[in-house]
Ligand binder design. Sequence first.
Ligand code: ZN
Length: 83
Amino acid sequence: MGKVNNDFNQRLRGRRITQLLARDGDKCPICQTVLNRKIIDNKDPMYITFDHIVPLSLGGLDLIQNIRLAHQKCNRQRGNNAL
Ligand SMILES: [Zn+2]
C-alpha cells in the first residue's frame, strides 16, 4: 500500500469517525467507556475500529448504516456474532 493510498484511508477513517461520533455519541457500545480518537496506534487495544453490526461474513454491507465504532479490544471479543 503506497503513501497516497494510506493518506486517503486516514482521511476516510477520520470522516467516518466524525460521522459516527455525531450519530452514536462518544461511548463504545460494547464496554460503555469513551472512545478516544487521539489514539492512533492501531496496536493499542483502545484504538477505534469500525464494527460491522451485521458482520460482512454474514452478508452485512460495508455501509455507514451497518457500522458502529468500538474499541479494538471490544470488537475482537465480539467476533462474528450478530447482534
Ligand atoms: Zn469498548
